[in-house]
Design a protein around this ligand. Structure first.
Ligand SMILES: Cc1ncc(C[n+]2csc(CCOP(=O)(O)OP(=O)(O)O)c2C)c(N)n1
Ligand SMILES: CC(=O)[C@@H](O)[C@H](O)COP(=O)(O)O
Ligand SMILES: [Mg+2]
Length: 656
């Protein structure tokens, strides 16, 4: 019996007999569970696509055929079947395999992602390019024989709720001669039961009693041939047409095959072959169970096993975390705000649990809106709610607000609407890789007129600043905080206007001057406060008088920062966000506009895509540790070095 170790390339799968597939699937599941238990990762989504992925690689010829994974969180099985079994132990670890498809890792990985609902657009583009290539062969401008490179996209029912997916379908369906195979992995779930009418439609397709009866009838009466086969090759007004004539996909002009049992490799293979050979756009609707084959991940109503941290394999119990998380603090505070303020409503883009909205949803189901994976719509819909007299809180990961920039700008800010964006996972998130770091929000949101942005340094400030944000009635607000435990509260030693002075270390006082080696105003943005306090102590030990100030609101900045800055020899801004266009640049602008001529240095995330690693490893790599900061700031003060500066590039910037 061949084992996973014998699969070096997807072509090795093609010779396996049907009897050999179930043991292979079991082995894949064992590897998935064992590996993810040790370091965290996307478990449920991958357990659900084991058979689907085997079938995809048996029917299509990757890499000549392009297999695209929407979101990419379900590509572990694909990695294991495309020559990366030996490296799988390094999954999501520094230098190891990425948790998402990665072009650097394999020629079988076509797109790099993690943001949902993009694959159908890539597929549309690839299919258009393929049509051009075919035309070039037909008219003789391209040499050699033509062999079509099939384009296949696997997309979840959750990702299918994203607007971009429908923009793509609109184009794909309009070109009946341009083949694209769209495999819908329908498990009925995103991070919660998939929201909206589309999910209801898929559910109706898969659960209609009429249909189930028809399936049984099909299997018996048609000698075991699944209805899929009948759909494309059967009688025109046959069984499937009768049952599915009202299917939305069909009405759009797409061929529809399904529902197919996504855990029956042979049924899936049959459907995929039909779709491949059809020669136009086809939707293959596969029904799967998220978490299939591991009891704690099946029927996992609160989606703990979607992307768990380390857990105990025997019980599925997650290993304990260190202290209350930022998300947990926000969650509690929003429930309190909701009890006091009937106008507060909450919006999530398919992530009620991870963004901390579940508690608010339990308390106020009628004031909570899960809009699907639809950040643009979430924000524009929040604008509508605000116009209707409510105060919406849009709880979203920092990296996903990128999607909704125009809606924040034009639909919320232009109308000066009281919408509060709560940006979780801001800053370096680490093991989810380049696209999941929340390193762009401060830069892109800086340019939004009238938007106020708070960066709480600890749990107490998160509570307070959320309250302040909810009190703003004449325009939008954002509150950003990182992933993980909130840590100890850091009390201020003095309040100057809206600024909190956290420490005066060394010989300096409020006047700043006096350190033998000069004086520094350290502007600690949000959760970098603890790091800055340690940095200040290290600098003071070296004779540098250091004042640490937390601006609390990083947009607009309190202009009393100018007075503080003017009393020091150097201003150093430390932020867990992109250093280009972020808080450091805002501080420099504030000082420049006020005629304060003190040098400003910014220490933040450099402008490049970060590789995946643990958050502390990345902070270390980019110099955001107390020791590295003390050295760099000391050197800047001494007039040496260009610490914090972006390296000059001779060519286009590249990934790390
Ligand atoms: C633009 C965007 N918003 C939110 C997310 C967070 N997210 C990751 S997976 C997921 C659910 C995906 O559901 P589905 O596509 O059905 O895949 P499943 O996990 O059920 O296999 C969400 C909301 C994301 N990756 N991208
Ligand atoms: C694919 C995706 O976008 C999410 O599943 C994400 O990886 C979860 O991140 P957290 O584990 O930080 O909630
Ligand atoms: Mg799903």
């Amino acid at each position: 019996m061949p084992s996973l170790d014998a699969i070096d390339h997807p072509r090795d799968l093609k010779d396996l007999t049907p009897d050999e597939l179930a043991p292979l699937a079991a082995e894949l599941r064992e590897v998935l569970i064992g590996t993810v238990a040790g370091r965290g990762g996307h478990l449920g989504p991958n357990l659900g696509v084991v058979e689907l992925t085997i079938a995809l690689h048996r029917v299509f010829d990757s890499p000549a055929d392009r297999i695209l994974f929407d979101t990419g969180h379900q590509a572990y099985v694909h990695k294991l079947l495309t020559g990366r079994r030996a490296a799988f132990d390094g999954l999501r670890r520094r230098g190891g395999l990425s948790g998402y498809p990665s072009r650097a890792e394999s020629e079988h990985d076509v797109i790099e992602n993690s943001h949902a609902s993009t694959a159908l657009s890539y597929a549309d583009g690839l299919a258009k390019a393929e049509a051009r290539r075919a035309a070039a062969h037909r008219d003789g401008t391209a040499p050699g024989a033509y062999r079509r490179r099939n384009v296949v996209a696997l997309i979840g029912d959750g990702a299918l709720t994203g607007g971009m997916a429908w923009e793509a379908l609109n184009n794909i369906a309009a070109a009946p001669d341009r083949p694209v195979v769209i495999v819908v992995n329908d498990n009925g779930r995103s991070y919660a039961p998939t929201a909206g009418a589309l999910a209801r439609h898929l559910a109706a397709l898969r659960t209609a009693p009429r249909y189930e009866r028809a399936l049984e009838f099909g299997k018996r009466a048609l000698g075991g041939l699944p209805p899929v086969y009948r759909l494309l090759h059967g009688v025109k007004r046959g069984l499937a047409d009768m049952v599915l004539s009202r299917a939305m996909f069909t009405d759009l002009g797409l061929k529809y095959i399904g529902p197919v049992d996504g855990h029956d490799v042979q049924d899936v293979e049959r459907a995929l072959r039909q779709a491949r050979d059809f020669g136009g756009p086809v939707v293959v609707h596969c029904v799967t169970v998220k978490g299939r084959g591991y009891a704690p991940a099946e029927g996992d109503d609160d989606e703990r096993m979607h992307s768990p941290g380390p857990f105990d394999v025997a019980t599925g119990a997650l290993l304990p975390k260190a202290g209350p998380s930022w998300t947990g603090v926000f969650s509690e505070e929003l429930v309190k705000a909701g009890a006091e303020r009937p106008d507060v409503v909450a919006i999530t883009a398919a992530m009620p649990g991870p963004t901390g909205l579940s508690a608010f949803a339990a308390a106020h189901p009628d004031r909570t809106y899960d809009v699907g994976i639809a950040e643009q719509h979430a924000v524009a819909s929040a604008a509508g709610l605000a116009m209707g007299g409510l105060h919406p809180v849009v709880a979203i990961y920092s990296t996903f607000v990128n999607r909704a920039f125009d809606q924040v700008l034009m639909d919320v800010a232009l109308h000066r609407l009281p919408v509060t964006l709560v940006l979780d996972r801001a800053g370096v998130t680490g093991d989810d890789g380049a696209s999941h770091n929340g390193m762009w929000d401060l830069s892109i949101l800086q340019v939004v007129p009238g938007l106020r942005i708070a960066a709480p340094r600890d749990a107490a400030r998160l509570r307070a600043l959320l309250g302040e944000a909810l009190d703003v009635a004449d325009g939008p607000t954002a509150v950003r905080f990182p992933k993980g435990p909130a840590g100890e509260d850091v009390e201020a030693v003095e309040r100057i206007g809206g600024l909190d002075v956290l420490a005066r270390e060394g010989a300096g006082d409020a006047g700043g001057a006096g350190g033998a080696a000069g004086s520094v105003l350290l502007v600690a943005v949000g959760a970098m406060a603890a790091t800055c306090l340690e940095t200040a102590r290290a600098m003071a030990a070296g004779g540098v008088a250091t004042t640490v100030v937390d601006p609390r609101w990083v947009k607009p900045l309190d202009d009393r920062l100018r007075g503080l800055a003017a009393a020091h020899d150097l201003v150093a801004v430390v932020e867990d966000s992109g250093r280009v266009g972020g808080a450091g640049d805002a501080v420099a602008r504030l000082l420049r506009d006020g005629g304060v001529d003190v040098p400003v240095r910014t220490f933040g995330i450099p402008q490049r895509f970060l590789g995946h690693a643990r958050r502390p490893q990345i902070l270390d790599e980019i110099g955001l540790t107390p020791a590295a900061l003390a050295d760099a700031i000391g050197a800047a003060l001494a007039g040496r070095g260009t610490e914090g500066a972006e390296p000059a590039l001779s060519g286009p910037g590249r990934h790390s």
